[in-house]
Design a protein around this ligand. Structure first.
Ligand code: GDD
Ligand code: MG
Length: 371
């Protein structure tokens, strides 16, 4: 039994002014005619048909999001004509470890113990079929009790990612791809460490996708962060309305510590692996992955013209190279410029250098301070 869990609580602040607090990037059609959330849901279509040996039953997804986005999520599923198992409504963001705990408790409420496929709502994968082949492998491994991570070959010493040290390969001839032991999980190393990891060739980036049984996650969070386990369980009242909204108590959830899956569980588990622990495994994922963290990443994944420009809406470029020009309401013309990001919306315009795309979150920080 497979239970997709979609984490949709991010704010996408580096994609301002398209991504807003009230309308973050996962609800925008940034990379195709579908929104990133819809792409995430559709990505596992065809899993059963392509991997009949699995004889697998997949449930409709559980989405965990901020309560203010509940109608956006419901509407996006309605437009796709897709079913939802539940929308878990977080009164405030407490990062991914509490979010996954809410989802795991929701998934096991009926006494089933499905394999959770934990997916961020805002990532791009070019080769969905390759992704499904890895998920098919992950399902079998997680069903046997493993914690399965998915690694991306790193291309730069990015300090915003987790790093997975690849251990010995396992003999698993029945699987689609290769399986490795995960020797170490290091979340967001400093630059020196990241450079050493990159040079060593032994590390992959953590994609942020995980597969493990719901009961395995609950046991791990109870062991490493009993404070989070207790607070999340207390916040779930069991109230569910006709639209499958799952209510989370604001008061109880406010008392829940904030931490990520990576820091709360993956790092300490990888540091103290014993024979009694669930096996920590690593499946390499070579499928054109991007977390579209900033405008520069969107420029990389989108189709470009011969001059390297991404033009969207009523945008025009002359003698200009390698720009991202996105016009929503007015004509946008660029002449003789390079490596610029220009995003025009009804009430705000961003002009940024592509090398400073990470700094765009300074704008949203400024805006929330001046509010
Ligand atoms: N429901 C919910 N609630 N979702 C959340 C919350 C929350 O409080 N916080 C974050 N999310 C969602 C985001 O929408 C995103 O899809 C995903 O969880 C990951 O959160 P990020 O905040 O983007 O994490 P990160 O980028 O710092 O790091 C993670 O992702 C990297 C890859 O993109 C880690 O898993 C890293 O190890 C990994 O390399
Ligand atoms: Mg991220």
């Amino acid at each position: 039994l497979l239970q997709p869990v979609i984490l949709s609580g991010g704010s996408g602040s580096r994609l301002w002014p398209l991504s807003r607090e009230a309308y973050p990037k996962q609800f925008l059609p940034l990379t195709s005619e579908h929104t990133m959330l819809q792409e995430t849901v559709r990505r596992i279509d065809g899993l059963a048909a392509e991997h009949p040996r699995l004889a697998m039953e997949a449930r409709a997804p559980i989405v965990v999001c901020n309560q203010s986005h509940r109608f956006l999520v419901a509407e996006q599923f309605r437009l796709m004509e897709r079913a939802l198992a539940a929308i878990v409504l977080e009164p405030i963001g407490r990062n991914t470890a509490p979010a996954l705990t809410l989802a795991a408790l929701t998934a096991t409420a009926d006494a089933a113990d499905p394999v959770l496929l934990v997916m961020p709502a805002d990532h791009v994968i070019a080769n969905d079929q390759g992704f499904r082949a890895a998920v098919a492998d992950g399902l079998q491994l997680a069903d046997d009790g493993a914690v399965v991570t998915f690694g991306i070959v790193p291309s730069k010493p990015e300090t915003g990612y987790g790093y997975l040290r690849q251990g010995a390969g396992l003999e698993q001839p029945a699987l689609n791809g290769r399986t490795f032991r995960l020797e170490a999980f290091v979340e967001k190393p400093d630059l020196d460490q990241a450079q050493a990891y990159l040079a060593s060739g032994q590390y992959l980036w953590n994609s942020g996708l995980f597969m493990l049984k719901a009961s395995v996650w609950i046991a791990l969070i109870e062991r490493f962060r009993p404070d989070i386990a207790t607070a999340a369980a207390a916040a779930l009242s069991g109230q569910r309305n006709a639209e499958n909204f799952i209510h989370v108590s604001a008061e109880a959830f406010a008392a829940c510590p904030s931490d990520s899956i990576d820091y709360a569980v993956m790092e300490p588990l990888s540091a103290s692996q014993t024979a009694d622990d669930p096996p920590l495994l690593l499946l390499p994922l070579d499928v054109g992955w991007s977390d579209v963290g900033a405008w520069s990443a969107l420029w990389e994944v989108r189709e470009r013209d011969e001059q390297g420009n991404v033009l969207d809406g009523d945008a025009f470029a002359h003698n200009s190279r390698n720009n991202l020009l996105l016009a929503q309401h007015r004509m946008l013309a660029a002449v003789g410029v390079e490596d610029l990001i220009v995003v025009e919306t009804a009430d705000a315009v961003l002009v940024a250098h592509k090398n400073h795309a990470q700094d765009v979150k300074a704008v949203t920080q400024f805006l929330s301070k001046s509010k």
